[in-house]
Design a protein around this ligand. Structure first.
Ligand code: ZN
Ligand code: ZN
Length: 165
């Protein structure tokens, strides 16, 4: 088994540092004893560690949970639409999800939580959002106007054709 030879001791996965092999789990995966940055210890399997599913102890997983999925990542420097993540702010939203300070391409600074960023719900600042909505509305009105106009054209052209035929 390739997994057997894999030695994760000393590696870091998020907040977890792998201390030693701690036996096998029921799926014959290797379990590792890890120490979290907060000092807690946690057992994690090779596959969970490598897949990034376990990145902290359960205690930290709860406080840093992202959209309830228990994964916490550093978003600083990432781009989401017009927003560039500047820094993590020492605040959480009502559900305990991490909040980030982001700069929009228009220069505005805005706050967004991890879930909204990752889900693509936060991609512009509030002002750009408003501008976009107004633009989108105008586009819809234009399309309706254009459609109404062309429908009339089609009608009159076929009408004309009949007359011409
Ligand atoms: Zn911890
Ligand atoms: Zn903006």
């Amino acid at each position: 088994m390739r997994g057997e030879r894999m030695n994760l001791v000393g590696r870091k996965y998020g907040k977890l540092k792998v201390l030693e092999k701690a036996g096998k789990n029921s799926y014959r995966g290797i379990m590792w004893r890890c120490r979290c940055d907060c000092g807690n210890e946690k057992l994690a399997s090779t596959s969970n560690l490598n897949a990034g599913r376990v990145v902290s102890c359960s205690h930290c997983g709860k406080s840093d949970a992202i959209g309830g999925r228990g994964v916490h990542v550093n978003l600083v420097g990432r781009k989401y639409g017009l927003l560039t993540v500047l820094e993590k702010i020492e605040a959480h939203d009502q559900r305990g999800v991490a909040m980030w300070l982001c700069q929009c391409e228009c220069g505005n600074i805005t706050r967004a939580n991890t879930g909204n960023l990752n889900a693509g719900r936060a991609t512009v600042c509030g002002i750009c959002h408003q501008t976009r909505r107004i633009r989108a509305l105008k586009r819809v009105r234009k399309t309706i106007a254009a459609y109404g106009f062309s429908a009339e054209l089609v009608y009159s052209s076929t009408g004309n054709k009949k007359v011409l035929d």
